[in-house]
Design a protein around this ligand. Sequence first.
Ligand code: BES
Ligand code: MN
Ligand code: ZN
Length: 494
Amino acid sequence: MNFQLKPLTLAQASSFKTDALVVLVPSTLPRDSSALGTLIAQAVRCGDLDLAKPAKMLSMWRVPGIVASRLVLVTLGEGQPKHWRQAVTAAMGALKSAQAKDLALVLPSSPTEQVCALAQAIADASYVYTATKPSAEAAKLKNVTLGVPDVKSAQGALAQAKARVAGITLAREWGNRPANHATPDHLAKVAQSLTRLGPIQCQVLGPKEVKRLGMGSFEAVAQGAETSLRFIVLRYQGAAASVAPTVLVGKGITFDTGGISLKPGAGMDEMKFDMCGAASVLGIFRALADLRPAVNVVGLIPACENMPDGRALKPGDVVTSMSGQTIEVLNTDAEGRLILCDALTYAERFKPAAVIDIATLTGACVIALGSVRSGMFATQDDLAQALMHAGEQSLDLCWRMPLDDEYAEGLKSNFADVANVGDRSAGAVTAAKFLQRFAGKFPWAHLDIAGTAWKSGGAKGATGRPVGLLLSYLLSLQASATPAKKSVARRAKA
Ligand code: BES
Ligand code: MN
Ligand code: ZN
């Protein structure tokens, strides 16, 4: 999809040639005597358009004085980014059957967060999955014109919006591809292809290198599968080499059967989404390639399948992680933490300012927070606050969860340093407590995206979350390459 900016007043929009015209109507109407301006003022006066509420809509066809054949007026209410998202989503819904190739929107202003929300809503509405469904009709929408009062001042916002859309769409697309079309090696190829787009380096390790590194826990999960594991290392350098990087670790289980602790059959297909953490890291690097912010970022993706097999890991087996800690695997379905722990240990070598892992880790997190907010755990308050804020900014919400040591009680083992599961209570927290044992050497956060990375039911599909949240976080590091941020790094050393 192609986004472009154009100066468009209401008068100019009246005579603008396009398949569909959407006018975003702010709560205070500008004085305007053009055909469009008059139409809007009348609709408001007659009570047919309530300016106080967002996403109130009037949809019209071949209106005299308006060149575009389809016209949608939609209100922005108080004008927060989420109101823009609601408004544009509603308008896109109304235009669904129109199959427009060209779309123009008239924006009353162009604040960055609002423009990003708008572009995302358009991209969400027009995304069509075709990779393994050739019969699906490809998206019709090709050109989107954003009519703004001042093109120059909207350029930064549009650049960011486009990068966000590209990153989120990549994460969504790879999340959606079935496990036989999205193997660990496929993910590695995607990572390698990103190096062509910007200052990104990629290194892919296979089974031999992973063994040499001593990643016994990651290796153990992969040993039941025919497909071979990959450990993907991505590096983006946008700041001086001396600036400590943020390390993102994405869970890349390309299919989770549960292993010998086999999952029930119903709904097991959804475990193809168990690599959405990995996909979000790929999506972030896609956006970094476009935006090139002044930050340093490392992406780590342990990728493998979790399969039952004659060689597979068995309940009770004890494995030795890269950190040296031994782990009693009481449940082979708690495999995410087993691959992440070795990636966390690997992250130490980058002397990171912070490490954030992203994982579809627990069904318990879905029970706790549903699909509205991702679970967020952090060992430092300022990191937690920054992530929380980034979520609000990007409309990709999270909520902080606790890390009290008492939650780790259940992970005690008679046969190893730690067990990989506790009892059923607070499952999302015990999983985080397990990971925390491997994250002692840097400020650390963990995002459990089990409830937010994909939708079930009729709208089954990946969402591209939490690329938006993470991108806002990384951009905030750049915005204040000053006090707030450094305090994270400084505290790390303390
Ligand atoms: N990938 C799953 C988590 C999951 C389950 C995400 C359902 C979304 C929906 C993870 O590997 C897993 O199986 N976790 C277990 C942990 C348990 C064995 C302690 C779970 O949540 O049931
Ligand atoms: Mn599992
Ligand atoms: Zn899993």
